[in-house]
Design a protein around this ligand. Sequence first.
Ligand code: SF4
Length: 372
Amino acid sequence: MWDDQGVTQGFLGAPVMMQNPVKLARIWREAICSNGKFALDKNPSRSLGYPAQDLARSYFRQWQPIKDKRSLAFDENGAKIANFDPYKDSWFDYPLVVRNKLGGSWELYNLLTTIHVPACTFSCWHCYVDDQAKNLQQMLKRDSIEYVSASDIVDAFLSQREMDKERGRKTNVLRVSGGEPFLAPDLILQILKYLEMKDLSDEVFVWTETNLSPFLKDDGSSKSLVEEWVDLRELAKYANLAVHPCLHGISPSNYHNITQCDPYYFDGLLSGLDMLVRLRFDVYPTIGSNVSPPSMIPYIFRRIRDIHKDLPQRFALIDYDLLYPPTRERILKTLKPTRLYNKLAVIRTWDRLLKECYGESYPVKPRHMVSL
Ligand code: SF4
């Protein structure tokens, strides 16, 4: 039986942590939206275990993905950076992707100003965000939520941009993260529309992520949850938007081990990825190199290739950093480091499959140059 938190109860009522992401998505969605405004984490820096920064609004945090140029993997002309080592260096190409869309130098897009949708449908053991900061009911009780409109967010972002300019920093990417951002896809759409109205679509880019659970359907329904909340075709048409789908698990059992969710939903997540590709969203998906079983890499590679023959070339293999304070604490409390896998074997297998299919090593080419 599912309880009202979307968690199954086991023998004698002991929780067996089999989350129902559809049920949770509906619970959280209802609490996120209020009178045309959306719930945001008041202090996302603290939710990652760090002190708040000096920001225009407390509901922002900032992140600079490229600290070492090697992490771009490719230069602006698409040539591989000679000393990029896929076994050692994390591939963070966001600034290069955005630069390809908006022009200029990649350095213009290397400071992401981020907001957090404070709810999630999964409970990933490797999550960087504190568990309470993804539970909207607890956040409301702790007065850790602010309800804001898309125009509030964009106006505050523009103030942030001015503040950063005075300090010689370039801020042109507004990132909608979380939690699960697609619990509020209408917030993303309203941000894009407001930027368009202010004639800023050529200057400000919106980067967002999804764990794909809002693309699941209720049993017997022909429509996914997210289609009830936003017109996906309208959202997909924005050229200043990129979506980062995170596959938290590469097989049903790996998905359950990572997220605590019912493995029944795994295929639905891949259908969600398929929907994003078919609707021509610009997607930059990932799998975790240190949390995926190497033996299942050929399986997921084939499943991804079934969606689109070139989709594997759009994937980055990311090494989850287990040293964020909330992650560290969770591992210490729940003793789950045994869920780590051999990252080198994962990358080597992925590399072999890419060579067999496309004749080149991982990463094959800049992801924005892989046409889907
Ligand atoms: S889906 Fe993302 S935000 Fe949600 S628990 Fe997993 S890692 Fe955290």
